[in-house]
Design a protein around this ligand. Sequence first.
Ligand code: B12
Ligand code: SF4
Length: 472
Amino acid sequence: MARMLFLQIQQFAYPGIYYLCGALRASGHQYEVIATNRSERVFDTITRFQPDLIGFPTMTGIHKEILQMASEIKQRFPSNNIILGGIHPTLFPNSIRDEHIDFICRGEGERPLVLLLETIASGQTSFAIPNISYKRGDEIIHNDMQQLVDPMDSLSFPDYTIYRNVPVIASDTFPMVFMTRGCPFSCTYCHNSKQKKIYRGLGKYVRSFTVDRVLDEVKAACDAYPAARAIMLGADTIGYDMPWLRELLMRYRERFDIPYACLARPELITEELVLLFRNTNCHMIAFGIESGSERVRRELLHRRYSNKQIIDAAALLKKHAINFRTYNIVGFPTETREEMLETLDLNLQISPDFPWCSIYTPYPETALAEFSVAQGYLDKNFSYENVPTSFFNDTILRNVDRNFILNLHSFFQLAILMPLLAPFLRWLMRFPPNALYRTIFKVVYAYTSLRSEKRTLFSFLKLAFANRRLFK
Ligand code: B12
Ligand code: SF4
């Protein structure tokens, strides 16, 4: 039996870790998950648990703090092996070059992690394991990628109880069950296009668990999260496989009283779908508008739906009394003030229950980041090292209307939730960004999250405090 320690710097549930732990459990290995950025706590756990391997789920931006923690671990425990997994090393295999990292896992990690852990624990040094990259002297070896997991139900049942010792996460009111992998679309700012290239020839990219399996996972999530007030049925997008979705939601309703929420694309929201939501105890639907400017969506984002489709989708949701959240982004390259205000105006017109807005943050190797470099919005040496931890704080594009972007972002939610204030807020946007505007953003963001995620104020404050680095 081998021992695996997962270490995350932030206090959010990472669905991928449920599956990795499920695979380790099925192979008879021990694992622990801790969520902290306090080195002493990490050192105590390592001393007590004596892991064979320490793994960080890693996203771009937060990777800098993770590498710092890895370096502290290596100073104290030089013989411990450290692996990065998740979207960051998948997109950027060069991340293995950091001197404190021994391995990375690119792509799906269940089988590769079990094989690697067993190899390390048995003292072998041959790491010819699919998806794993490693160092041999000065050389870096990237093993081939394995076929994508298919059928998804062949994965071991995930362990939803892994955060029971992390009070901020264990008290989550809105746990997520991630039902699918991959996305059929290819928006220019998203990781999916690059992942499709990475997985070319390795099987079907878009896959779902069976309905039975999703429902069993919902049950496990409800058991593990006693404070749950709704289940987030996670997927990059739903609505493209209607028979599966219909069966899922009908049977969800039969089996559970707890409501659910999910994410769809606006052009897929038909009356049939909305009726299905209404009849199956839906708490909330979320969809991405991204920009209210049809030019920005069509030319920059490759999201091809019209404003009329968005307005129609919202009208259907209102007609059937389904709450909805919209996702919006401001500050794209070439986006004018007028176009950013079109995003605000479209939201004012459809009046979402939970408007949500971020500042455009380019991720390297996406088409839109490459466009930003080509057009001079980013330095030609732009790399993942320049990506900030969060997309709520600032724009990293140059030659953009920074003050306006920051102010619009600060007032976006408030203007939609209190439309009478919108003209006044627009007037305030002429002044430089300042701490007061930022505080207004934080308060309104907190209020929107409280309502959409059915959190108590106390639970939200705990979560926000634990992850305060996201909101500078
Ligand atoms: C749930 C989610 C979150 C959750 C949980 C994080 C997580 N990644 O699990 C929370 C709320 C924390 C979150 C926060 C943010 N997120 Co997020 N999130 C997602 C989402 C929707 C699903 C992730 C998921 O669970 N997938 C399903 C599981 C099964 O897949 P997986 O996570 O990839 O895990 C598998 C492998 O990667 C691997 N693996 C993963 N971890 C590890 C660890 C080890 C040791 C090993 C060996 C293997 C391994 O094995 C797993 C099983 O096969 C993705 C979109 C997506 N479809 O992935 C965005 C996504 C990961 N998020 C993204 C972003 C940008 C953010 C934020 C920065 C947004 C912000 N607020 O500013 C913050 C990040 C805060 C921070 N800096 O840490 C981007 C990341 C882009 C990038 N290059 O890093 C994504 C890809 C969406 C997008 N916009 O393109 N997010
Ligand atoms: S629909 Fe969402 S997940 Fe799919 S490619 Fe576009 S942004 Fe990415």
